[in-house]
Design a protein around this ligand. Structure first.
Ligand SMILES: *[C@@H]1O[C@H](CO)[C@@H](O)[C@H](O)[C@H]1NC(C)=O
Ligand SMILES: *[C@@H]1O[C@H](CO)[C@@H](O)[C@H](O)[C@H]1NC(C)=O
Ligand SMILES: *[C@@H]1O[C@H](CO)[C@@H](O)[C@H](O)[C@H]1NC(C)=O
Ligand SMILES: *[C@@H]1O[C@H](CO)[C@@H](O)[C@H](O)[C@H]1NC(C)=O
Ligand SMILES: *[C@@H]1O[C@H](CO)[C@@H](O)[C@H](O)[C@H]1NC(C)=O
Ligand SMILES: *[C@@H]1O[C@H](CO)[C@@H](O)[C@H](O)[C@H]1NC(C)=O
Length: 497
């Protein structure tokens, strides 16, 4: 027992000596290291100076993501370093979408009230232009922070509208070119959207282009989004001194048959693009027992065009009208999850799941510090006495609906959108345009979606009461995108009164 204790004591003592010695040596080595490092430093610095000073890509990205949402000094920030502006992303491969003709848009049934002879809303003086302050808040702050609900309001008459002359813009395709197609009334062009608590910042095409410098704005969705796309091209075109300084990079003319367009604005090094995706989730086909092929929709898989979405700086999505018609609405042997084809499935639940698939993709593929995502809400249709495929009409409507229950119409699909967006990790801006479209029974092409060639009488049988004339209602949606870019910077600083 005693022997063992002595042995252990001597071992401890030995360890202590070793430890002290090691500590001393370590300190000594450390001192040498510190001195030698100081001695070496000048030469290291010299070496560093000799390295070429390449403005790093990451630093220019930082500038660019700031300028996306920063209204104060976006230009200066981008120009500051003596480096060239952020290059436009490489041009995408030429449009490979098969030019299968786009079927007629299937709008929903929505009866319209008869011409209401209500008072015209009083004209309000604009000029409440926002002074872009140097807001310092989170650039992706909640929309509520701007202190005004941009979507609760009314339309007011404004003789400064439309923002571009009808027939002046070459990017309006025949289906929306109402004035060229013979629509002779023009009061429908002179309405401005007026939020209750504020005015939208006055639309400034040049300023919009400055904010888009070096960026890619992409609209993804159905023909309603193509409608909006043509409007934004026309709006931005007004900001160009030389109107030839924008072009579709493959020379494509906009038609409903093609699913992909890229317009480049030469002087701003930016592109505005349209990617057709009717459902945002994956369409497929299956061969049935009789050997014929039937369409399917995989509500748990993102659309194949999603690889293009990733490259955009600002995205504007929509889907809606296609869910209300034919096989999509019936849902018989159409919806798929995994390999399972549902014999029957509810279209609203399918819409919810498809949107969740989209939301999940956004949450995992979008960088909120660099990219901005909008979802454009449901655009209302106005068919009298029938539906889009059963003789419904809206011709002869020259005034908006100014009151009535129709204005409060907020479809189930929009409630689903609200619910899905609320649960997302990435903030998505809802362009909540449903209400403002409820008013505008006067804004549809109706019988003016086709040019009446000499001698041929226009059919009043099949009318388009779901898309919009351009110029027209979609201009307001784009004004709301512009307003979002302008206002969210200045959030806490300048509350709009
Ligand atoms: C806007 O840009 C300025 C200058 O770069 C910067 O000081 C400011 O913090 C930015 N504001 C926001 C909200 O990003
Ligand atoms: C439509 O037809 C009219 C003549 O009826 C013509 O002046 C106009 O240029 C045509 N518009 C388009 C877009 O073809
Ligand atoms: C529009 O924006 C441009 C560029 O920011 C600016 O120079 C111009 O003064 C603005 N125009 C109006 C009418 O505010
Ligand atoms: C406008 O731009 C086009 C295309 O870049 C060019 O060919 C033309 O000369 C320009 N016109 C003027 C007046 O600058
Ligand atoms: C801009 O992007 C860079 C690089 O991803 C990131 O580090 C930075 O936080 C971003 N800035 C803002 C204001 O989002
Ligand atoms: C969109 O507007 C409707 C009224 O038209 C409103 O009920 C709904 O809550 C709004 N959605 C969001 C997310 O603000």
């Amino acid at each position: 027992m005693a022997v063992a204790t002595t042995t252990s004591n001597s071992t401890t003592q030995k360890n202590r000596y070793t430890f002290t010695a090691l500590l001393f040596i370590t300190l000594f080595l450390f001192a040498i290291f510190v001195f030698s490092k100081r001695a070496l430093e000048p030469s290291l610095l010299l070496y560093k100076d000799l390295l070429p000073k390449i403005p790093s890509f990451s630093s220019s990205l930082t500038h660019s993501n700031l300028s996306l949402l920063n209204s104060t000094t976006p230009l200066k920030v981008a120009v500051d370093p003596p480096s060239p502006p952020l290059p436009c992303p490489p041009p995408p491969p030429s449009g490979t979408d098969s030019p299968s003709p786009e079927p007629e848009e299937p709008p929903t049934h929505q009866p319209i009230s008869s011409n209401s002879e209500t008072d015209e809303p009083t004209e309000s003086n604009d000029g409440t232009e926002q002074d872009p302050g140097s807001g310092n808040g989170n650039p992706f702050g909640e929309m509520g922070e701007i202190g005004c609900d941009l979507y609760a309001g009314t339309w007011v008459k404004d003789e400064h509208y439309p923002l571009y002359e009808p027939r002046s813009c070459p990017y309006v395709d025949e289906a929306f070119d109402c004035q060229s197609n013979g629509r002779s009334d023009s009061e429908y062009l002179k309405w401005r959207w007026k939020p209750q608590g504020c005015d939208l910042p006055r639309f400034n095409a040049t300023d919009f282009l400055v904010r888009l410098r070096g960026k890619k704005l992409m609209l993804v969705g159905d023909s309603m989004n193509r409608n909006q796309f043509e409007s934004i091209l026309c709006l931005l075109r007004e900001g160009l001194h030389n109107k030839s300084r924008m072009r579709e990079i493959h020379g494509h003319k906009i038609t409903k048959g093609r699913g992909y367009f890229v317009f480049k604005f030469e002087d701003y090094d930016c592109t505005v693009e349209f990617v057709r995706s009717h459902f945002l989730v994956k369409e497929g086909v299956r061969i049935n027992a009789q050997g014929s092929s039937n369409p399917t929709l995989s509500i748990d898989q993102i659309d194949k065009t999603a690889k293009r979405w990733k490259r955009a700086d600002i995205l504007v999505f929509n889907t809606g009208h296609w869910w209300a018609h034919g096989k999509t609405a019936r849902g018989k042997s159409y919806y798929k999850e995994g390999d399972y084809l549902y014999p029957k499935f509810d279209a609203s639940e399918a819409y919810r799941r498809a949107l969740r698939t989209w939301a999940n993709w956004i949450d995992h593929n979008i960088n909120p510090s660099k990219q901005l995502v909008f979802y454009r809400g449901y655009s209302s249709a106005h068919f009298r006495g029938g539906d889009w495929d059963s003789g419904g009409s809206c011709n002869g409507e020259k005034e908006p609906v100014l009151s009535g229950a129709i204005l409060d119409n907020y479809p189930l699909k929009m409630k689903i959108v609200d619910e899905v967006i609320k649960d997302m990790r990435i903030p998505v801006r809802l362009l909540n345009v449903t209400r403002l479209t409820n008013f505008r029974k006067d804004g549809h092409p109706s019988i003016y979606g086709k040019n009446a060639t000499a001698g041929k009488k226009v059919s009043t049988r099949k009318q388009d009461c779901s898309h919009w004339c351009v110029p027209g209602v979609p201009d307001a949606w784009n004004e709301l995108i512009y307003a979002t870019l302008v206002l969210q910077k200045t959030n806490s600083k300048s509350k709009i009164s």
